[in-house]
Design a protein around this ligand. Structure first.
Ligand SMILES: [Zn+2]
Length: 589
C-alpha cells in the first residue's frame, strides 16, 4: 500500500495537482507546506501542501504551487515533514451522554469487586459531598461489569438512606440499592420490560441488577444535571475529541435529552463538531413514531453542524458474563462447557423488525442497528434483505454496529446488501472483557473469529471505525479509545497495556486488517456512513477544512507505535481548534 501512495505523489508532483487557476487566486487564510499530505482521495494521492480559504480547501498540491496562495494575512504552518490527514470521523459514540458522565462519580472502568468499589465510593465521592440531602442520588458511572456481581443489600452499604445506582460502563447493566428499588417500584413480581430483564435470585427476589431496557426503570428517576452544566461538559468533551484529531461524529443515540443540549449548543454558536444524530427509537410499527422521526429530520435540515437523518435501534444487549444479553444462535455455555437455556435477549419479533426496517429504509433514513450476537446480526441482515426486496436498492448506508460475534454465513451479505460494518476495533484485544467473561461461555469456533474485521473485509464489507465513547476509560485517561489506538489494535490485535495481565497477547491474529482499510474507516468510509463524503473524509479541493496534523507518518510507523503518534493540530471548519503546546500539553480553542 505504501507503494501506491508513493506512486501517487509522483503523479501529483508532475503537475496534476488540482487547484483554481494560479493566476487568479485569492490569498488563502491558512496554508500548510512541506508536509506529508495523505489525501485519502480515491487514488490515495499524496501531496505536500494545502491551502484553506475560510472553511474550504482551495488547493492541494506541491510546495511550489501553493506559493500564490500565501498573502500578507495568510497563516502559514510549516509542517516540516509532519503528516496532514482528513480530520478523523468517529462513526459511533455518545458525545453528550459521555460528557454528562464526566460530571459524575466515576469508577474509571477498573475491574474490581463490590467491596473494593464500595470503599472507594465512600472515601471518595460520598465523603466529598459532605451532608447531602437524603433524596439526592449517589450515581456511580463507568463500573467495569466483568464478572461483577452486586445486590441491593451490597449497595445499601454505600447508603441505606439515599438512593444508590451503579452504571456499567457499557450502559447495559445498572445495580441499585433498596431505596432505589422502592423508588422505582420494582418488586419481585414486576414483569420484565420487552427489551430488558430484572435479575432475580434463586428464590425469585429482585436482586437490584437491571439489564438493558430494564435499566430505565431506575435511570429515568435520576434527576438530570442542570442544562447549563450539561452544555459546559459537552464543550469540554468536544475539546477532548479535538485533542484526538476528531472533527465529526455520529451520535449513536439521540433522545429528547440530548436534543436539548444540541439545541443549546447550536443557539449559542458552540457546535464545534459535526454531529450526525442517530435518533433513538424502538422496534415497532407506529405512524406517530414515523412522523416524529421525519419531523426531527426536517427540523434540523440545513444546520451546518448537526443533522438527524439516522435512526438507532437495539436488537440485543452484551455478551459478557454475567449480563449475557447478546442474542446467540447457540445458547451460552456454563463453566463446564455444557449448553445452558440462555440464548440472550431477543427483544423483537422478526416480522416486526422486517416491517420497521423496511419502512425506515423507504423513508430514506440510515438504520443504525446495535447487534453484538450472531442471532441478531443474522436477523438484521434478513431485515435489510426484505427492505431491498420491497424498496429496491436504496443508498441509505445502513449499519450494524459492534458485531462481536458473527455467523460466517453472514460475512458476504454485508457487501451484497451494502450494509456497513461499524466496528469498535479497540476492543479486539485479549483483556478481561474479551477473555474471562466471554471465552468460557461461547462456542469455541465463534470465539476464534470474535470481532471478525479481517473476515468481513475479505468478504468485501466496508469497515467503519468508531469508539462508542465513553464506553472506555482508564484512571487519568478520559478517552483511551482514540482513532489511532483503535487503528493500532485493528492492525495488531495485540494488548499493549503493560499493566494488563494480557500484555503482549494477541486476539485472533487472522482477523487483522491493513492500514489503508483503517485510515479509510476513520476518514472517507466513515464520511460515507454519515452521508457526508461530498464535504468531508478526504483532502480535496472544494471539501470542508476538517484536518488533523500528526507528528509522525502512520504510513511509515511500526504498527505497534501508531497509538502513540501525537496529534499536533486539529482544524475544524477552517479554524485551529487544538494545538499541541511545545511542552506537549494541548491547548483548546
Ligand atoms: Zn453505543
Amino acid at each position: 500500500m505504501r507503494m501506491k501512495f508513493l506512486t501517487a505523489l509522483a503523479v501529483l508532483s508532475a503537475g496534476f495537482s488540482v487547484s483554481i487557476s494560479a493566476a487568479a487566486v485569492e490569498p488563502a487564510t491558512l496554508v500548510f507546506t512541506e508536509g506529508n499530505v495523505i489525501t485519502m482521495n480515491a487514488a490515495r494521492s499524496l501531496a505536500q501542501a494545502v491551502a484553506v480559504s475560510g472553511n474550504q480547501i482551495v488547493f492541494v498540491g506541491t510546495n511550489a504551487e501553493v506559493q500564490p496562495y500565501v498573502g500578507k494575512s495568510t497563516k502559514v504552518i510549516h509542517l516540516n515533514g509532519k503528516t496532514l490527514l482528513p480530520g478523523f470521523i468517529d462513526a459511533h459514540m455518545h458525545p453528550i451522554e459521555g460528557a454528562i458522565d464526566l460530571a459524575k462519580c466515576s469508577a474509571d472502568d477498573v475491574a474490581q469487586n463490590i467491596a473494593t468499589l464500595t470503599a472507594k465510593v465512600l472515601k471518595g465521592c460520598v465523603a466529598k459531598e459532605g451532608n447531602a440531602p437524603v433524596t439526592k442520588w449517589i450515581d456511580v458511572v463507568k463500573v467495569n461489569s466483568t464478572n461483577f456481581i452486586a445486590t441491593a443489600t451490597d449497595l445499601d452499604k454505600i447508603s441505606n438512606r439515599r438512593p444508590v445506582i451503579l452504571e456499567s460502563i457499557d450502559g447495559h447493566t445498572v445495580w441499585v440499592n433498596s431505596v432505589a428499588l422502592k423508588l422505582a417500584k420494582i418488586t419481585d413480581a414486576t414483569p420484565n420490560p420487552v427489551d430488558g430483564r430484572i435479575v432475580h435470585d434463586e428464590k425469585g427476589h429482585a436482586t437490584g441488577a437491571l439489564i438493558d431496557g430494564a435499566t430505565h426503570l431506575a435511570l429515568s428517576l435520576v434527576p438530570p444535571l442542570p442544562l447549563a452544566q450539561q452544555v459546559s461538559w459537552s464543550i469540554k468533551a468536544f475539546d477532548l475529541f479535538h485533542s484526538k484529531g476528531i472533527t465529526s461524529v455520529q451520535d449513536a443515540m439521540v433522545g429528547p435529552e440530548e436534543l436539548q443540549v444540541y439545541d443549546a449548543l447550536i443557539k449559542s454558536g458552540q457546535m464545534h463538531l459535526r454531529v450526525r444524530a442517530a435518533l433513538k427509537s424502538a422496534i415497532g410499527d407506529d405512524e406517530e413514531e414515523y412522523r416524529r422521526l421525519n419531523a426531527l429530520r426536517a427540523h434540523y435540515a440545513g444546520q451546518p453542524f448537526f443533522r438527524a437523518d439516522s435512526v438507532k435501534i437495539y436488537t440485543d444487549g452484551v455478551v459478557e458474563y454475567p449480563t449475557q444479553s447478546a442474542a446467540l444462535i447457540e445458547p451460552y455455555l456454563d463453566l463446564n462447557g455444557n449448553l445452558t437455556t440462555n440464548f440472550g435477549g431477543r427483544y423483537f419479533t422478526e416480522e416486526m423488525l422486517n416491517k420497521y426496517v423496511s419502512r425506515l429504509d423507504r423513508e430514506g433514513f440510515t438504520v443504525h442497528v446495535h447487534s453484538i450476537g450472531d442471532y441478531t446480526t443474522h436477523a438484521t441482515l434478513n431485515a435489510f434483505e426484505v427492505a431491498k426486496q420491497i424498496n429496491g436498492v436504496t443508498d441509505n448506508r445502513h449499519q450494524i454496529t459492534h458485531l462481536q460475534i458473527v455467523d460466517p454465513v453472514d460475512y458476504a451479505r454485508f457487501a451484497e446488501l451494502k450494509v456497513m460494518a461499524n466496528m469498535q476495533l479497540f476492543w479486539a484485544v485479549p483483556e478481561d472483557n474479551s477473555v474471562e467473561s466471554v471465552k468460557p461461555y461461547i462456542n469455541a469456533d465463534r470465539y476464534l473469529h470474535m470481532y471478525p474485521a479481517g473476515s468481513l473485509k475479505k468478504a468485501g464489507a466496508t469497515i467503519v471505525g468508531s469508539s462508542d465513547w465513553d464506553v472506555d476509560a482508564n484512571p487519568g485517561d478520559l478517552m483511551p479509545n482514540t482513532p489511532l489506538s483503535a487503528i493500532q489494535v485493528a492492525l495488531t490485535r495485540k494488548n499493549s497495556d503493560p499493566n494488563s495481565k494480557f500484555f503482549g497477547q494477541v486476539l485472533n491474529a487472522d482477523e487483522t486488517v491493513d492500514l489503508d482499510t483503517m485510515l479509510a474507516a476513520y476518514t472517507i468510509n466513515a464520511a460515507r456512513a454519515l452521508k457526508q463524503e461530498q464535504s468531508t473524509g478526504s483532502i480535496e479541493v472544494g471539501k470542508l477544512a476538517d484536518l488533523v496534523v500528526l507528528a509522525r507518518n502512520p504510513l511509515t510507523s511500526p504498527a505497534d507505535k501508531l497509538a502513540s503518534i501525537p496529534v499536533q493540530f486539529t482544524i475544524f471548519d477552517g479554524a485551529i481548534v487544538f494545538q499541541l503546546s511545545p511542552g506537549g500539553v494541548g491547548v483548546g480553542h
